[in-house]
Design a protein around this ligand. Structure first.
Ligand SMILES: *Cc1c(COP(=O)(O)O)cnc(C)c1O
Length: 383
């Protein structure tokens, strides 16, 4: 297999070769649970589809290439991938994670793994010195999300890689919001990348899928053991769809980012808008970190209208015609969400508000439609 170093080529060809049976350019959807053996134990590398499936293998190979890793593993969802990572740890181990975390990640940490004996410290990861002071002999994992949701803060991945260096601490990055088009954490020295491939990787709001990518063979061995032993694997049809989505990741991300930059500027200058959170602004508190570790500034942004309260947010949200009011992000279509009542509803109001998630906050996942139409829809919704 030829190594392609350029990203636009990687997403299409990375780890891919025509199917051996008939030369199919896209891997067939191998909708099978088992494989015929010539004699006991004698087979073509596939025994049972929880362990291996050729369509999933093609996807996993693509994942490892686009994230600049050595190994990719696909899971039934982003949370199934996170679940597998947490199973690397044992009672007494400590995890440091962002306090501005995806709600489902927070939930699995607190409701599933804390009762099993893991300890979690939720911290502001933009304050590296405070995190450094929290590290002790039990710290085993630093779990990073950047940009964060929904405040679009940027965490300096390389800073945590140097903090963890020489210690038995793994640095893992949930790269869902950025996608490998914008940042490749393994290149920055992280040990593990996780994706909700449901979002930008698959990109068409038609599949639930998770992924892990790593370089270390021992880590791969442990995680693929867990993948098979726990069994949260995706089916071949979903692997096919995700692989197809990845082929256009680079062109989609380029347009996503262009549109978002235009909308961010539009909102910033709008007389009815109080504040806009987007790392592309030179006034964003971690703009320099974003410029250093990301290729562009992403297509997720959030804003608060002037005198923004719950009622006004609900009024604005119900006026959108082109933006769809929905959970999730990263699809070709533009989505709008209300963190206070949707993704962050489970977090107590006071805790939520100290992190900036006020009742008036509105989040956009900017799609790849014509930007004039998106501006017109925003304009009429906030007018
Ligand atoms: C959606 C999401 C997840 C969870 O992924 P699922 O595919 O929904 O299980 C994890 N992290 C982030 C940042 C997400 O946006």
């Amino acid at each position: 297999m030829k190594k392609h170093t350029q990203f636009n080529t990687q997403v299409i060809h990375g780890g891919q070769s025509p199917d051996k049976a008939y030369g199919a350019v896209m891997p067939p959807i191998y909708q099978t649970s088992t494989y015929a053996q010539q004699s006991p134990g004698e087979h073509q590398g596939f025994e049972y589809s929880r362990t291996h499936n050729p369509t999933r293998k093609a996807l996993e190979s693509s994942l490892s290439h686009i994230e600049a890793g050595q190994y990719g593993l696909a899971f039934a969802s982003g949370l199934a991938a996170i679940d597998a990572v947490m199973k690397l740890l044992k009672p007494g181990d400590e995890v440091i994670a962002s306090n501005d975390l995806y709600g489902g990640s927070y939930r699995i940490f607190i409701k599933i793994f804390e009762p099993l004996g893991l300890r979690f410290h939720f911290m502001d990861l933009t304050r590296v010195d405070e995190v450094k002071a929290q590290i002790n002999n039990h710290t085993r994992l630093i779990w990073i999300e950047t940009p964060t949701n929904p405040m679009m803060q940027i965490v300096d991945i390389a800073a945590y890689v140097s903090l963890a260096k020489g210690k038995e601490i793994m640095v893992a990055v949930d790269n869902t919001f950025a996608s490998p088009y914008l940042q490749q954490p393994l290149h920055l020295g992280a040990d593990l990348v996780m994706h909700s491939a449901t979002k930008y990787l698959a990109g068409h709001s038609d599949v639930i899928m998770g992924a892990l990518v790593m370089k270390d063979p021992r880590l791969h061995e442990q995680l693929s053991f867990i993948q098979n032993a726990s069994g949260a694997v995706p089916g071949p049809m979903d692997c096919f769809l995700t692989l197809r989505g990845i082929k256009t990741l680079a062109v989609r991300m380029q347009r996503h980012c262009e549109n978002a930059a235009i909308l961010a500027e539009f909102l910033k200058q709008h007389p009815k808008i109080e504040s806009v959170n987007w790392p592309g602004f030179s006034t964003h508190p971690q703009h320099n970190v974003a410029a250093k570790q990301m290729k562009d500034f992403g297509a997720m942004l959030s804003f608060v209208p002037k005198k923004g309260n719950y009622k006004l947010a609900v009024q604005i949200l119900s006026r959108f015609r082109l933006f769809t009011l929905a959970e999730s992000l990263g699809g070709v279509e533009s989505l709008v969400g209300h963190p206070a009542s949707m993704t962050h509803a489970a977090i107590p109001k006071t805790q939520r508000e100290t992190q900036g998630v006020v009742d008036g906050l509105i989040r956009l996942s900017v799609g790849i439609e014509d930007v004039q139409d998106l501006i017109a829809d925003l304009e009429q919704a906030i007018a």
